[in-house]
Design a protein around this ligand. Structure first.
Ligand SMILES: Cc1ncc(COP(=O)(O)O)c(C=O)c1O
Length: 404
């Protein structure tokens, strides 16, 4: 799929230290295709206005926002734009959501979070302890998967919310959401899902996930910095969100605050079209389903190549579930004996490779695995624009480091 895809990303032409830059930093934000940049520029050069006016540019803004809600609904397989709200980023939306949900809880009620989750799906819930809410934490297993026996033990009639990720941004683990949903609904708990790391790599089908709320973030799927919240129809209208009396009171507006970033929303819509352009079909959703099939297969083969290349290097420990499992994100974290991740990443950077070191805000997972002292891990994430040649180059560069 690759030359045609790569040619759409202007930033991939950049030369750093004499070589085209290799982006394995996608889990912290992917590169952006020209169509997304053009869509954002078009707003500023053509129809820059606030909402609900009587004049043409304002009406275009209203249409743009509603169109983008429908585009994102198609990406998630949701029933329509009325289920999609926007915010500055996933973290901000989750704080507002958690605060609103807690207004209907009583001291002693329980919220279940996990050790595997990004802090954005932990911190907003841990904060609720100041209202007397008990927050319990599902343990992590050594292979980077959740301890489901522990999860079952910690769910009870007191559990009001289960906050869990679909995929781990550090180990690539895909959680068994069917199992969690079943347990959540048996006790009548709300299921709040962080889809940020899953969405760019695997097909998201909200009807299958069947959660109450799902959060994601457009800059992880080739778009600009916009947070997205899906709410089950009716679920948002039941929440007492902090909002202004002048704003529209019902879903999806009920959780949004102030003026949205209209240019960025144009970019989100274009990012959905970019994903769909990798597939075939007559409707947008059909194209997305087909595209995600191609993307998953392509990214998987590169992840496999990276995994096997790393596995053959002396002193390298790879974390997370084995790649042969079908449900896994193409994100690989590792450590190298006697080398700190920041030094590895600096060496890679000198060789034009962008990769992250540290904990990536999955800090609880890094603590639980005992990796804090050594500076966390090195993380490499595959995106749709990476190539087999890049992976060969990365492995050869790491060999050079190990032999130095
Ligand atoms: C799994 C996961 N959840 C949540 C977030 C937070 O997203 P945002 O930066 O939009 O707040 C991130 C960002 O890295 C993430 O990887």
């Amino acid at each position: 799929m690759n030359d045609a895809v790569r040619s759409q990303f202007p930033s991939l032409k950049r030369i750093v230290n004499g070589r085209p830059v290799v982006h394995l930093d996608g889990p912290a934000g992917t590169q952006v295709p020209q169509s997304v940049i053009d869509a954002m520029m078009h707003v500023y050069s053509h129809s820059n206005a606030n909402t609900h006016g009587q004049f043409v540019t304002s009406q275009e803004t209203d249409q743009l926002i509603e169109h983008t809600r429908n585009q994102v609904a198609a990406l998630l397989g949701a029933e329509g734009g009325h289920t999609i709200s926007f915010g500055a980023n996933m973290t901000s939306l989750n704080f507002v959501l958690a605060n609103a949900i807690t207004k209907s809880l009583q001291p002693g009620d329980e919220i279940l979070i996990t050790q595997l989750d990004h802090e954005a799906n932990r911190g907003p819930w841990l904060n609720q302890r100041r209202h007397g809410i008990v927050v319990r934490e599902v343990l992590l297993e050594e292979d980077g998967s959740l301890d489901y026996a522990d999860l079952e033990k910690k769910i009870s009639e007191k559990t009001r919310v289960i906050a869990i990720g679909l995929a781990s941004n550090i180990f690539g683990t895909v959680n068994e959401i069917d199992r969690v949903r079943q347990l959540a609904y048996e006790v009548g708990a709300l299921l709040v899902v962080d889809g940020v790391h899953f969405l760019p790599h695997l097909l998201t089908d909200i009807r299958e996930i069947d959660c109450d709320f799902l959060l994601c973030s457009a800059y992880k799927f080739y778009g600009p910095h916009v947070g997205i919240l899906y709410s089950r129809p009716g679920a948002l209208d039941r929440l007492d969100t902090d909002r202004l009396r002048v704003q529209t009171q019902n879903a999806p507006y009920r959780i949004e605050r102030g003026t949205l970033n209209h240019a960025a929303l144009a970019g989100v819509s274009a990012a959905v079209d970019f994903i769909a352009s990798n597939g075939e079909g007559s409707t947008l959703r059909e194209k997305i389903i087909s595209a995600m099939g191609h993307i998953q297969k392509y990214e998987r083969s590169l992840a496999q190549q990276l995994y096997l290349g790393l596995r053959d290097l002396d002193g390298v420990d790879i974390y997370g579930p084995p790649l042969k499992e079908t449900q896994r994100a193409p994100t690989i974290s590792f450590t190298v004996e006697n080398k700190r991740p920041e030094d590895i990443c600096r060496y890679l950077a000198d060789h034009s490779i962008c990769a992250w070191d540290g904990n990536f805000y999955a800090i609880r997972a890094v603590e639980a695995m005992g990796l804090m002292g050594q500076g966390g891990v090195t993380r490499m994430g595959i995106a749709v624009y990476n190539t087999p040649e890049e992976i060969d180059y990365v492995i050869a560069t790491l060999k050079g480091l190990l032999n130095a």
